[in-house]
Design a protein. Structure first.
Lengths: 107, 375
């Protein structure tokens, strides 16, 4: 989708802006709203800039919440937002476990 | 149909395009940036290991790295009003065999000849600098003025600051053709509109090649796969940027966050599947084996994410940063070959000088687009 990235108006603080949205990385609703009004318009830009959804749970908890906040601030439906890319592994894996793949295959 | 005009039209909203936009608007130019993906910095700018290095670089691009580290990186966070996590605590390039030490010695001698402070150290000296290194490390090269930063933050910080100063960014808008008027590059047709610029800068990564082809120019670029692993955040262990003579991994621990980011290889990158860049389980496992041989104490640290990206690998592995003699009004900056992030602020500044002053303050002769001579 084409984004012209014009001014959407300044950030206006809300009473619940100190609510933690991404619990893994401790990012508040206010930080997310402020970034959107400073031109970070896509879910991918927000997670790269603020680390929302980049912690241990990889956004499995906050993904929908961040999406709802972005949709509300931009005045669009959440369904119109391009989803973020899911990254492997699905669960955190110790480096010593990943390192053993050949050993197991060779018996 | 969009129809917009600016002093400078930049194709490519990666860190080079965003940095050029920032320095140009700061210098008084009006700027439009077109990015083909919806998200700013979708290519190599968000898919690299964050090295801000001078050591190990080709002498042709080393002056750009040294200039940036001396004059731009130390104050970049303040300038962009964003913590780009710049950490200048040195680069260790590690060797485990005598043959690898000879590779490091050769690289070190070349860099010293260019005036860089870098030297060979023993395994024990390396372990004094980084006590987590295993006994397998026989020696290393050590460049104390190298470091690392966060490429995701830096790219978006350049974008945000350029936009605050009035640069116009349009994303999801794929440039298709450069057109000339009266012997001068003048307009770009894109999917949703036509854009006009007094100067046109092509900084579109791998997309630069087909675009330059539309005005009869060619730069020999090929995609090369890059894969990375990211760990959970752990307490601070060591601040150095790491590389190896074997090129089996590189990486660092994030200065502010505590996660490790490791660039990895499986040895099969040359036949990677084309299309969307994909992580492979094989490379993750191979890299973990390599990394643990250097850093056994990382065995219980968890990998939480992996990603892949395409590098715009140039035929001789250094970028093209150049005017196009045949097409006045056209500038190009592409082919960064997997080591563009560290020099990107300097490249942005040089591009702004080329537009505003008509020439760069550093000699870029060896990075010209017409340097490729056939056999």
């Amino acid at each position: 989708m084409m984004l012209e990235r014009g001014d959407i108006g300044g950030y206006i603080p809300a009473p619940d802006d100190d609510l933690l949205v991404c619990r893994c990385e401790e990012i508040s609703q206010g930080e997310i709203r402020r970034a959107i009004h400073d031109g970070l318009f896509t879910l991918t830009e927000l997670r790269r800039f603020l680390r929302t959804g980049m912690g241990l749970c990889q956004g499995q908890t906050c993904g929908r919440l961040v999406k709802a906040i972005v949709a509300k601030e931009l005045g669009v439906s959440p369904a119109e937002l391009e989803p973020i890319t899911a990254r492997s592994p699905v669960r955190p894996v110790e480096m010593r476990v990943l390192a053993r793949n050949q050993e197991q295959k060779n018996g | 149909m969009v129809n917009k005009t600016a002093d400078v039209l930049i194709i490519g909203g990666g860190i080079v395009g965003c940095a050029a936009a920032y320095y140009l608007v700061k210098g008084g130019c009006s700027v439009i940036v077109l990015e083909k993906e919806e998200t700013i910095g979708s290519g190599g700018s968000s898919r690299n290991g964050g090295g801000v290095r001078q050591s190990g670089r080709d002498p042709r691009e080393l002056p750009l790295a040294m200039h940036g580290i001396k004059n731009i990186w130390p104050t970049l966070s303040a300038e962009l009003d964003c913590d780009v996590e710049y950490c200048q605590k040195g680069n260790l390039r590690l060797g485990q065999t005598e043959a690898q030490l000879r590779i490091l010695e050769s690289l070190t001698q070349k860099a010293v000849a260019c005036g860089l402070e870098v030297r060979m150290i023993s395994g024990d000296e390396a372990r004094q600098i980084n006590p987590y290194l295993s006994e397998a490390v026989l020696g290393a090269s050590w460049c104390p003025t190298d470091g690392h930063a966060n490429p995701l933050a830096a790219t978006l910080a350049f974008y945000r600051q350029a936009r605050r100063l009035g640069a116009v960014f349009i994303s999801g808008e794929a440039a298709q053709e450069i057109r000339q008027s009266k012997g001068q590059a003048r307009t770009v047709t894109a999917a949703h509109g036509v854009y006009e610029g007094g100067t046109i800068i092509v900084a579109a990564g791998l997309g630069s090649r087909p675009l330059l082809n539309t005005v009869g120019l060619d730069v020999p670029l090929q995609p090369a796969l890059l894969e990375t692993l990211v760990t959970e955040a752990v307490a601070e262990m060591f601040p150095q940027m790491l590389g190896t003579a074997a090129a089996d991994f590189y990486g660092h621990q994030s200065a502010r966050h505590g996660s490790f980011i490791f660039g990895i290889t499986s040895g099969y990158e040359f036949c990677a599947r084309p299309g969307f860049p994909r992580s492979s389980a094989a490379a993750a496992s191979a890299a973990c084996r390599s990394i643990l041989a250097y850093f056994p104490s990382l065995a219980d640290v968890k990998i939480i994410r992996s990603w892949a990206g395409w590098m715009d690998d140039c035929a001789d592995h250094v970028p093209v940063i150049s005017f196009a003699a045949e097409v006045p009004g056209l500038l190009m900056a592409c082919g960064f070959s997997g080591h563009g992030f560290g020099i990107s602020p300097a490249v942005g500044e040089l591009l702004s000088e080329m537009v505003i002053a008509g020439r760069p303050s550093l000699d870029l002769t060896e990075l010209r687009h017409d340097r490729f001579v056939m056999k």
